[in-house]
Design a protein around this ligand. Structure first.
Ligand SMILES: [Zn+2]
Length: 222
């Protein structure tokens, strides 16, 4: 980028909208552009920026002391997440990066899908927790490395409550043809935009009842 280009982006009165400006911080509720992943990477790597992004979107994430267990388990940048941009969640201890990814998914995937496909909005997301000091589970029963849950870098989502009173769960609605199943399939696929590893009912029987949404990883979406 030439000097003029940098000035154009860095000037406080830059005519470039913030969501198109890679030098600006992430706004969760702003329209997604090709610049969003750049802003997102910065926010994920910086606790202060991450918390500012959550606060700016009205996400309820109250800081608590870091949880230090050992080198495998613990929560750095620990907080209690109890509300996303619109939907509520039952208070869950997690880290800022996981809350941020979840908020992006909720705002840009889950709520638009609910509006378009179910003519409602998601009132709350139901989960099975984020932090869990354990090794990975496999369908064969053997365990291998440490789970991303051991550092609260993942969260398991089991279903949603809609504003119109409907309650959807992966366990009972995933395979029943209809708009509810289509909605669940769409939000599962859409999670891959905001999490690096997404495992759901199509992956194996251990995930028949939830989406495993994991921040860091090798890019895997089933
Ligand atoms: Zn999980």
């Amino acid at each position: 980028m030439g000097g003029g280009g940098y000035w154009l982006l860095s000037h406080p009165q830059s005519p470039v909208p913030d969501h198109w400006n890679p030098l600006r911080d992430l706004t969760i509720t702003a329209r997604v552009t090709p610049v969003t992943p750049v802003q997102m990477r910065r926010a994920l790597a910086d606790e202060t920026q991450c918390r500012a992004a959550l606060a700016g979107a009205g996400v309820s994430f109250s800081l608590v002391e870091d949880l230090i267990v050992d080198e495998k388990c613990g929560i750095a940048g620990r907080g209690v997440l109890s509300g996303l941009t619109t939907a509520s969640v039952n208070g869950v201890e997690t880290r800022c990066a996981t809350a941020l990814r979840l908020a992006m998914w909720e705002h840009h995937v889950v709520q638009p899908a609910a509006r378009e496909m179910l003519d409602s909005r998601v009132r709350s997301l139901r989960h099975l927790g984020s932090y869990n000091c354990r090794r990975m589970r496999t369908a064969q029963g053997k365990d291998s490395g440490w789970s991303s849950h051991a550092t609260a870098d993942a969260i398991d989502i089991v279903g949603v409550e809609l504003a119109d009173g409907r309650s959807l769960s992966l366990l009972s609605d995933w395979t029943t043809p209809g708009p509810e199943a289509d909605f669940l399939h769409r939000i599962g696929r859409g999670a891959c935009e905001w999490f690096r590893v997404v495992l759901g009912p199509n992956y194996n029987r251990l995930h028949a009842d939830h989406f495993h949404l994991q921040g860091p990883g090798w890019g895997y979406c089933r």
